[in-house]
Design a protein around this ligand. Structure first.
Ligand SMILES: Cc1cc2nc3c(=O)[nH]c(=O)nc-3n(C[C@H](O)[C@H](O)[C@H](O)COP(=O)(O)O)c2cc1C
Length: 191
């Protein structure tokens, strides 16, 4: 199983990136798993133009780094969408990637093409935020559920961590990274 982590934070080694690394280590404990990280802040991904170009072809007209990310997204067996909460939703960086998946939406719903049918591919939200409210992850969950539907992924278990603000906050909480690793190994075991 190839596990693709798409990271949306501009902090390359912040809390969500540490969550992703720990979850990946957990996945790697299970034989047959490989992991790959894509930091969107390293790429140039323009926002969707709503030009309608993908409606008839299923392909986006914009020629930028999203082209390689479409290929990686299609090839992965399991996807992790990794983002801190920004204003109760996901970061602009990962939202650009998500909105560019409108080409996949066109492919599925307008052109009636299902990608890798009958395969049990899953998509997971990994997220963290500084505050503690019940609704902190509601918008991100809804967004990732919608993305999973578009990408023909089953929406899988999310990993959500509250109360982390500074970039090193997560690693100061006892056992948190070990919990993330355990989450990864369970996901990779199908539990
Ligand atoms: C622009 C911006 C908006 C934010 N909005 C929220 C928010 O709405 N709720 C919250 O709990 N934390 C918010 N935060 C805090 C981050 O979610 C928190 O610091 C998180 O741990 C950052 O993860 P990272 O280290 O992976 O970047 C915001 C931070 C920034 C920079």
């Amino acid at each position: 199983m190839h596990n693709l982590f798409i990271l949306g934070s501009p902090r390359r080694n912040g809390n969500s990136a540490k969550m992703a690394k720990a979850v990946a280590n957990g996945c790697l404990q299970k034989p047959g798993n490989s992991v790959e990280f894509v930091h969107i802040c390293d790429l140039t991904i323009s926002p969707c133009l709503a030009c309608g170009g993908c409606s008839s072809t299923g392909n986006c007209v914009i020629d930028d780094d999203m082209i390689q990310l479409y290929t990686k997204t299609d090839a992965a067996d399991r996807l992790f969408f990794v983002s801190p909460v920004y204003f109760y939703t996901m970061t602009a960086q990962i939202k650009a990637y998500i909105d560019r998946c409108q080409a996949k939406w066109s492919r599925k719903y307008l052109l009636k093409k299902v990608h890798r049918p009958n395969e049990q591919r899953t998509g997971h939200l990994l997220s963290c935020g500084a505050t503690k409210g019940d609704k902190l992850f509601d918008a991100s969950i809804l967004t990732v559920k919608s993305l999973c539907d578009t990408l023909d992924l089953e929406y899988g278990l999310p990993l959500l961590i509250r109360n982390v603000e500074s970039a090193d906050a997560l690693k100061k909480i006892p056992n948190k990274l070990a919990d993330c690793e355990l989450f990864g190994s369970r996901i990779a075991s199908g539990n």
